[in-house]
Design a protein around this ligand. Structure first.
Ligand code: 5GP
Length: 189
């Protein structure tokens, strides 16, 4: 998505540890006009009428998923990161290792909001090693629901997540795939 790539080049900042900061337009301050275009682009790439829910993970995915959901006319559900939990029968549960925070979260989703009848589109801001996406896929699997695909705003193509998700046969669409990044240059696939 050209508009997004131009914005990453203009305002993205590369931080040590392969972290791309895009907090001036995507995940701290949010440029709603841009995210609206992102929402439309996700709809264009996932035209299926079967989608019944959009699933994301707190926190950064929520705003993006909500804006995108207006083009799908379906509810957004988000996995919650639980600090300490009493896991009971009422929630689906998986574990996610955070790339940016270097810790493992238990993530939960109420069983009330996802069932075997659902067709799920997963949306998130970044794909790096794939832990967040794999954790979300696990929740969908626990529910017996179907995965219609995964829409990612920025994939870091030099990390392993994209390949492992595509190898599973999941329809993965990333709006910008970063192939390499250093302090002074950033290239897209
Ligand atoms: P993964 O689980 O694929 O390794 O990482 C994905 C999650 O980590 C995303 O939900 C995102 O919040 C965060 N993340 C991974 N890489 C980056 C990055 O380069 N910049 C930012 N801002 N977040 C990232």
């Amino acid at each position: 998505m050209q508009l997004l790539k131009e914005r990453i080049l203009k305002d993205g900042v590369v931080k040590p540890g392969n972290v791309l900061k895009v907090d001036s337009f995507l995940n701290h301050q949010m440029d709603i006009d841009l995210i609206n275009e992102i929402g439309k682009e996700f709809r264009r790439r996932f035209p299926s009428d079967k989608i019944t829910k959009i699933l994301t993970i707190e926190a950064s995915g929520i705003g993006i998923a909500c804006i995108a959901a207006q083009y799908f006319n379906v509810p957004v559900i988000f996995a919650k990161k639980a600090q300490s939990i009493n896991i009971d029968g009422e929630v689906y549960h998986s574990k996610v290792e955070s790339f940016t925070h270097k810790r493992v979260y238990d993530v939960i989703l109420s069983k009330k909001f996802l069932s075997a009848d659902d067709h799920v589109l997963i949306i998130d801001d970044f794909l790096a090693n794939g832990c967040a996406l794999l954790g979300l896929l696990e929740l969908v699997k626990e529910a017996g629901a179907s995965v219609e695909g995964a829409g990612i705003v920025i994939e870091k193509g030099f990390q392993s997540g994209g390949n492992s998700i595509r190898e599973q046969g999941i329809h993965l669409e990333s709006l910008a795939i970063v192939d390499s990044m250093t302090d002074t240059s950033l290239t897209f696939r």
